[in-house]
Design a protein around this ligand. Structure first.
Ligand SMILES: [Zn+2]
Length: 236
């Protein structure tokens, strides 16, 4: 897919790399840099990163969906939750030997900045967030954002997702959320709005409406909205 790629500084030591509807993040410490996700479309991501930093680079995937992994083949080592390994390698078996597991509590010390892995299953089984306690930022992947969070299809689970939202509310340690889709940053209130969307979809108090985005494989999930948030979900 041909996508325009832009690099934007969004806060101290944090850059977003934007491609259409999706962004990844470049996060700088004093000794290392961390790339969170590898893009929606192919581009010279290593070259773009070198325009900002020459620090040694750690590459982490929030999850394995194709709009977050397009350039994973450009890097020698990739960290991800093991539950995402089959998705990341489905069309790129050569990546198997480059994948390294992260789980709850794995942390990356960038020098002056520590990012800790928070397991956040639901959108996908091995979705993760990264928590920067010092700067009170949660890098939320696709787990928390405006616009519909995809919760339909075989590898997504709305009940697990709801538990993850509870976990993130209880977690604390952050008051700004940097999502991979739509507005960035968003506030903590995004989490209860998503909880309301999930609960409304499950108990029938929110009516689903057809979404505007074309869906793969003839899927026709409905959008269940709460304020600026929502989920895309198919009731059985
Ligand atoms: Zn996504």
């Amino acid at each position: 897919m041909e996508l325009t790629t832009t690099l934007n500084r969004i806060s101290n030591g944090v850059y977003s790399i934007d491609q259409g509807m999706v962004r990844c993040f470049l996060i700088l410490g004093t000794e290392r840099a961390l790339l969170l996700d590898t893009g929606a479309g192919e581009c010279d991501l290593p070259g773009l990163i070198r325009t900002v930093t020459d620090l040694p680079l750690i590459v982490v995937q929030t999850h394995g969906d194709g709009d977050h992994t397009a350039n994973s083949g450009s890097f020698p080592d990739i960290y991800a939750h093991p539950a995402e390994f089959p998705v990341i390698t489905r069309f790129r078996p050569e990546l198997v030997s480059r994948l390294h597991p992260v789980t709850e509590g794995t942390s990356f010390d960038l020098g002056g900045r520590i990012l800790s892995v928070i397991e956040a299953p639901g959108h996908t089984p091995g979705s993760i967030c990264l928590l920067d306690r010092e700067n009170r930022i949660l890098f939320s992947g696709d787990t928390v954002s405006y616009g519909p969070v995809f919760l339909f299809g075989s590898h997504r689970d709305i009940h697990t997702y709801r538990e993850t939202l509870n976990k993130l509310m209880d977690l604390g340690g952050f008051d700004t959320i940097y999502p991979c889709h739509n507005t960035c940053p968003v506030s903590l209130t995004t989490i209860p709005a998503l909880m309301a969307a999930v609960d409304g979809a499950l108990d029938g108090s929110i009516e689903g409406v057809p979404g505007e985005m074309p869906m793969p494989d003839g899927a026709a999930p409905l959008v269940y909205s709460s304020g600026k948030c929502g989920i895309l979900y198919t009731k059985n």
